[in-house]
Design a protein around this ligand. Structure first.
Ligand code: UDP
Length: 435
């Protein structure tokens, strides 16, 4: 026990606690909604959800599908589209919202109700929210911490974002042990890290159990017919200059395998769409679609023979559905999947993409090796563990199994910067009004 730290209570014992979640993009929404569900199901927590406006439509679609209504939805004023403009605008607006929430729920002198701000992964939203919270001295909880390529340009700006977020986090929730090891190598104390599994797997296992109806009749027809499908996604900033090569690879695979059909949901980014549409829209074996709803995409991924992608999330998801993934990137921050044999890095050179895909289609042994490997990313219980972990940190009761060996509740609490001995445990009048 750290000197001066009271056993309990250290947070408001009477009212619900309100962890804040900030999400801005589709992958964040997908990976955070299971945590919000799990916290809502817990009697102590009543999470507050803020959408940053980074990808307003795709993020809102996922949250709506998951039944999560944002408490605050920021609308960003974007003129140039630059990363700095995005960061500054999110920080400016979040500063106002966080300040308002802290005044309402953590008034000076009283035990707080907001235990921290949860950010996820490596987006500009996550970085902006983490820095803004840290500057207001609100504890930052970083979910999906510790993924690294150690190449600041690949993926960009994600590698930079996640390294910087790591410095702000009071609590780092790593999806896997290798991610935890990365953080420890960066001098983050093992006392403030725990390993949960990836919450994206929780979302996926939920999604494939939901009934599905396809918004695009062409997709519906292919899925019902039992066609041989290759699911393709490509949108990463560092791949913008390689999109032509990726399209060439799809054309060459289609020519070599007339029975194969491609489903390629296009990211809304106009720079990505224009290249893909120009090159592939006339190809009868390729269905270019709008982004599919998450439940639709989860079913497509489950049915697909192979996924060809540069997406981070899909690298984690597809192995849970026994779908081999060829990763169209030069390096990955997800080495666990490569080691387990479910992912293969093929880069963006068309020759390599074509060779690897045809090999998988033609060689049943190679296919079985990739499809049957175990998913190292999660078992569908990560969100539950995170909720139990937060409850343990705040109450001292029932530590969950998955903490890294060094995890220390006292250490985490001692680093919040709050002197719990001077706080009043009686909630002040009128504090229970909703924001
Ligand atoms: N996804 C989706 N609809 C689509 C394509 C992808 O819902 O049409 C999901 C996919 O299942 C995964 C997430 O979006 O969970 C991946 O998002 P993205 O590739 O944009 O980002 P990344 O994972 O690379 O950060």
């Amino acid at each position: 026990m750290v000197q001066g730290l009271p056993a309990t209570p250290i947070f408001d014992p009477v009212n619900s606690l309100k962890p804040i979640f900030v999400v801005g993009t589709r992958p964040e929404a997908i990976k955070i909604f299971p945590v919000v569900h799990a916290m809502r199901a817990h009697h102590r927590f009543d999470p507050i959800v803020i959408t940053s406006g980074q990808h307003p439509d795709m993020c809102a679609d996922v949250l709506r599908m998951a039944g999560v209504e944002p408490d605050f939805a920021l609308t960003l004023d974007r003129k140039t589209g630059s990363l700095n403009e995005l960061l500054v605008e999110i920080m400016r607006q979040l500063d106002g919202v966080f300040t308002e929430l802290i005044e309402a729920y953590n008034p000076a002198g009283y035990l707080p109700r907001i235990p921290g701000v949860f950010v996820h992964g490596d987006t500009s939203t996550a970085f902006a929210a983490a820095v803004t919270a840290a500057m207001l001295e609100i504890p930052v909880v970083h979910v999906e911490a510790g993924l690294r390529t150690y190449d600041l340009h690949g993926p960009f700006p994600e590698e930079l974002n996640r390294q910087l977020i790591a410095r702000t986090a009071l609590l780092s929730i790593a999806p896997t042990m290798p991610s935890e090891a990365n953080l420890i190598r960066e001098s983050i104390s093992s006392e403030q890290i725990f390993v949960s599994g990836n919450t994206g797997i929780d979302a996926l296992l939920w999604a494939v159990q939901q009934p599905v109806s396809y918004s695009d009749p062409r997709v519906s027809e292919l899925m019902n017919r039992g066609a041989t499908i290759i699911a393709v996604t490509a949108h990463r900033r560092e791949n913008w200059t390689h999109l032509t090569g990726i399209c060439e690879a799809v054309e060459r695979i289609a020519a070599a395998k007339p029975e194969v059909q491609f489903i390629l949901p296009m990211h809304p980014n106009p720079r990505v769409r224009s290249v893909i549409e120009e090159r592939l829209s006339a190809n009868p074996q390729v269905i270019l679609t709008e982004p599919l709803e998450y439940i639709e995409f989860a079913h497509v991924l489950q049915t697909a023979k192979i996924a060809l992608t540069d997406s981070g999330g899909i690298q984690e998801e597809a192995p849970s559905l026994d779908t081999p993934v060829l990763v169209m990137r030069e390096q990955t921050e997800r080495p666990e999947g490569v080691l387990a044999g479910t992912l293969k890095l093929v880069g963006t050179d068309p020759d390599r993409i074509v060779t690897a895909t045809l090999r998988l289609l033609d060689d049943p042994d190679e296919y079985a090796r990739m499809a049957q490997a175990n998913n190292p990313y999660g078992d569908g219980r990560a969100s539950q563990r995170i909720t139990e972990a937060l409850q343990y940190v705040l109450s001292g009761e029932d530590p969950p199994q998955a903490f890294g060996p060094g995890f220390s509740r006292s250490f985490v609490l001692a680093n919040t910067g709050v002197d719990y001995n001077t706080l009043d445990s009686q909630p002040p009048q009128g504090r229970d009004q909703e924001h």
